[in-house]
Design a protein around this ligand. Structure first.
Ligand SMILES: [Zn+2]
Ligand SMILES: [Zn+2]
Length: 332
């Protein structure tokens, strides 16, 4: 019996997109065939489209999405949290593989799986063709975790669970953001907005540094406690002074760089309290660099804040931190 066909967006070279049509194949054992319910345009997609992404230069596009299960492969009875799964269910699939056999996986560091990107953005010529979510259909491979979305959860919120939200959750877990702490959020793009929401859930106070009006308004709508406008506080010293004012003169407990701008990473260290924790989670372009001054004697005004007690959790590119999910967490 002939199979239906579906369409997908393919990028052969930067800024050149075309629509392609392929037959929709049956899922292999352990996999799923899904149809796309909602696909977000992630910041990474813009980097890929512009030819600036460190790993992906062409192929099928799209990875942040919600999918409806059309067919389950042999052996698939539950999602990766153990919930029963059936045709028609809405799932959030992570977009990488957790192979469970490479050294990183065997050490329990699933986010560093060496085979993670085995299928991501492959050429659509390679079966089963539907490797990206800017498409009518999407294949979930064996060992590609997926999680059922609870009924009643807004699709607009849940569609970011497999990328932006999970990346932020993972990062803020790594720096152990806790109740009553102050989180400095550098950048109110997709990651920054999710960071504000997660901080609110954890009872942390947020200070957002942003310079684009639209993003500032969105940050406030997401519940940011304080905003430092880059167009008003134009220097690092001015921003540091404002952070000091807002934190009783000590600086932020935790800062998260979510812009991908190297200068922001260098700045964030100076906005922390002594012993604060710093998360570098923005997706910086490969090859980008910026001078930082980690030495105690380098800058008198920063002396206490560039001490050895500042711990940094830095990913060479933010996407590596995103290889993690613990299912869909409703964000109010
Ligand atoms: Zn993404
Ligand atoms: Zn692995």
């Amino acid at each position: 019996m002939s199979r239906p066909t579906g369409r997908l967006v393919y990028m052969d070279q930067p800024e050149k997109l075309e629509m392609r049509e392929f037959e929709v194949e049956e899922p292999e054992p352990g996999g799923l065939l899904t149809e796309i319910v909602r696909a977000n345009v992630c910041g990474s997609e813009l980097h890929i489209w512009q030819g600036k992404h460190p790993e992906v230069k062409n192929g099928a596009l799209g990875h942040e999405a919600l999918c409806r299960v059309l067919e389950t492969g042999d052996g698939v009875e539950t999602d990766y949290a153990g919930q029963p799964i059936a045709e028609g269910d809405i799932v959030a699939p992570v977009y990488y593989i957790t192979c469970q056999s490479c050294p990183a996986c065997l050490d329990g560091e699933f986010h560093l799986c060496e085979n993670a990107y085995q299928y991501w953005s492959l050429s659509p010529e390679e079966p089963p063709h539907f490797h990206g979510t800017f498409a009518t259909h999407y294949y979930v491979h064996p060992k590609q975790y997926f999680f059922k979305i609870p009924d009643g959860l807004d699709h607009g919120i849940a569609a970011g669970a497999n990328c932006a939200l999970s990346q932020v959750l993972f990062g803020l877990d790594r720096v152990d953001l806790g109740y009553g702490e102050t989180l400095l959020v550098q950048g109110a793009g997709g990651l920054g907005l999710n960071a504000i929401a997660v901080a609110n859930e954890r009872g942390a106070e947020t200070i957002v540094v942003e310079g684009v009006d639209q993003r500032i308004e969105r940050a406030k709508a997401f519940g940011a406690d304080h905003v430092i406008d880059l167009t008003e506080q134009e220097t690092v010293a001015a921003r540091r002074e404002r952070v000091q004012e807002l934190t009783g003169g000590v600086g932020a407990d935790v800062a998260a760089e979510l812009t991908g701008v190297p200068e922001a990473f260098a700045e964030g260290i100076h906005l922390l309290r002594e012993g604060g924790r710093y998360l570098g989670d923005g997706e910086r372009e490969s090859g980008s660099h910026h001078r930082i001054r980690p030495g105690v004697a380098d800058a008198e005004e920063h002396r206490n804040h560039v001490s050895g007690a500042v711990s940094a959790v830095v990913s060479t590119e933010g996407a590596r931190l995103s290889r993690y999910t613990r299912g869909c967490i409703p964000v109010r």
